[in-house]
Design a protein around this ligand. Structure first.
Ligand SMILES: Nc1ncnc2c1ncn2[C@@H]1O[C@H](COP(=O)(O)OP(=O)(O)OP(=O)(O)O)[C@@H](O)[C@H]1O
Length: 335
C-alpha cells in the first residue's frame, strides 16, 4: 500500500540528514507505529509522506503510484492522506459539523458523511458546538472524524495524545484505535511512547539518527531487538560491558555487544540456593519502596552501579545477584 524507497532529507544542504536512506513497505489496513528518540526523524518522515516537505532523494508511493520523488510531487491535498496532529488544529470559528465538512467539500452527500463520522467518533448531538466547548479528548475525536471523512488511503497520526495526561491518554488511545479498526484504514502512528506503540500497532518501525534500525512485530522487539538502542526503548536494559563481564565472571564474545534486561537480574538476599550461571555480590546503596516490590540501587566491587527490582522485602546490606545465559541479549557492535 505505502512504499518508501531510499528516502532522504537534509535541512542543511547535506551536512546532516534528518532522514537517511529510509525504505519500508506497509500492507493495507495495517497500523504501523513509528518510534524513536527525539530528533530521530519521525516527524520528517511523515511530513515527507504527507507532502509538507520535499525529499532530497528517494520516493514515496501509495498503491503503486509515486506521489513524491525528485521529479514528481503530488500536492498534499491530492494525496488522499488524513492527518491528525498533537495540536487539534480545528478551526475555532467553525462549528464541529463545519470543521468536519471543511475537508469534504467535493464529496457527494457530504452532510450525511459528516453525520456518519460524528456517529463513528461518538459525538452525535454535538455538531453545533464550537471547539472551545469540547474537552481535549473530544476535540481530538473531531480531528479524527475530519481526517477520516474524505476516506483517506492513509491516516497519519503524529503524537496525537501527547497533550493529555496519562489516564486520559490511555483511554483516548484505546477509543481512537477502536474507531480506526472499524474503518480498516492504513495507519502510520508517530509516538515516542513505546507503550502506545505496543498496545495498538501491528508492526513498529524504529528510527535512530534518521535511519531505520528495526521494523518488526511488537513481541520480537522485546525478545529479539537488533541493537542496544532498540532493547533500551522497550524496557530498562543494562549493557554488559567489560567490567560487568569481569564482576559476573561471564566472558562474552568480543566482537558483539551484550545486554541484560533489569527484570532478568535475579536477587538472592539469603546467599543460599541461588541457581544462576553468573553471580556476583553487591552492596545495597538505596532501597525504594514500590508498593508490592522494592527497587534496589546496587554497587558492585568493580564500582559499577545497577538497579534491580525484588519482591523480597528482607534485604541485607550485601546481597547476591545473578543472571543466566539464556537471558543475555546479543547484538552486532553499535557504531
Ligand atoms: N525545518 C527544519 N529545519 C532544520 N532542521 C530540521 C527541521 N525539521 C527537522 N529538523 C531536524 O531534523 C532532525 C529530525 O527532526 P524530527 O522533527 O523529524 O525528529 P522527531 O523524531 O520527530 O523528534 P521529536 O520526537 O522531538 O518530535 C532533528 O535534528 C531536527 O533538528
Amino acid at each position: 500500500m505505502l512504499s518508501i524507497d531510499s528516502l532522504s532529507k537534509s535541512f542543511d544542504n547535506g551536512k546532516n540528514y534528518a532522514l537517511n536512506d529510509v525504505s519500508f513497505h506497509l500492507e493495507p489496513g495495517h497500523v504501523c507505529a513509528i518510534v524513536g528518540e527525539s530528533g530521530s526523524g519521525k516527524t520528517t518522515l511523515v511530513r515527507l509522506i504527507a507532502g509538507l516537505e520535499r525529499p532530497d532523494h528517494g520516493s514515496v508511493s501509495i498503491n503503486g503510484k509515486v506521489i513524491a520523488s525528485l521529479d514528481k510531487f503530488v500536492q498534499p491535498e491530492k494525496r488522499k492522506i488524513g492527518l491528525v496532529f498533537q495540536e487539534y488544529a480545528l478551526f475555532p470559528h467553525l462549528t464541529i459539523l463545519d470543521n468536519i465538512l471543511y475537508g469534504i467539500s467535493k464529496v457527494k452527500n457530504k452532510k450525511l458523511r459528516a453525520q456518519e463520522m460524528l456517529d463513528l467518533v461518538g459525538l452525535k448531538g454535538m455538531e453545533k458546538r464550537y471547539p472551545h466547548q469540547l474537552s481535549g479528548g473530544q476535540q481530538q475525536r473531531v480531528a479524527l472524524a475530519r481526517a477520516l471523512a474524505p476516506e483517506p488511503a492513509l491516516l497519519i497520526l503524529d503524537e496525537p495524545f501527547s497533550n493529555l495526561d496519562a489516564m486520559l491518554r490511555m483511554q483516548l488511545r484505546n477509543e481512537v484505535f477502536d474507531i480506526i479498526k472499524k474503518t480498516e484504514v492504513t495507519v502510520l502512528f508517530v509516538t515516542h511512547d513505546t507503550q502506545d506503540a505496543l498496545s495498538v500497532a501491528d508492526e513498529i518501525l524504529i528510527l535512530q539518527k534518521g535511519k531505520v534500525v528495526q521494523k518488526d512485530i511488537a513481541s520480537n522487539l522485546y525478545v529479539k531487538p537488533n541493537t542496544l538502542y532498540v532493547a533500551s526503548l522497550f524496557g530498562s536494559t543494562v549493557h554488559i560491558n567489560k567490567n560487568l563481564q569481569n564482576a559476573f565472571k561471564c566472558p562474552l564474545k568480543e566482537t558483539c555487544c551484550h545486554a541484560i534486561r533489569n527484570e532478568k537480574i535475579k536477587v538472592n538476599p539469603s546467599f543460599t540456593d541461588f541457581e544462576c550461571e553468573y553471580i556476583t555480590t553487591a552492596e545495597v546503596i538505596k532501597k525504594i519502596e514500590l508498593g508490592d516490590s522494592v527497587q534496589l540501587l546496587l554497587k558492585l566491587e568493580s564500582g559499577e552501579q545497577l538497579t534491580v527490582i525484588t519482591q523480597d522485602k528482607n534485604i541485607a546490606d550485601t546481597i547476591n545477584i545473578g543472571f543466566n545465559s539464556k537471558d543475555i541479549l546479543e547484538f552486532e557492535q553499535e557504531h
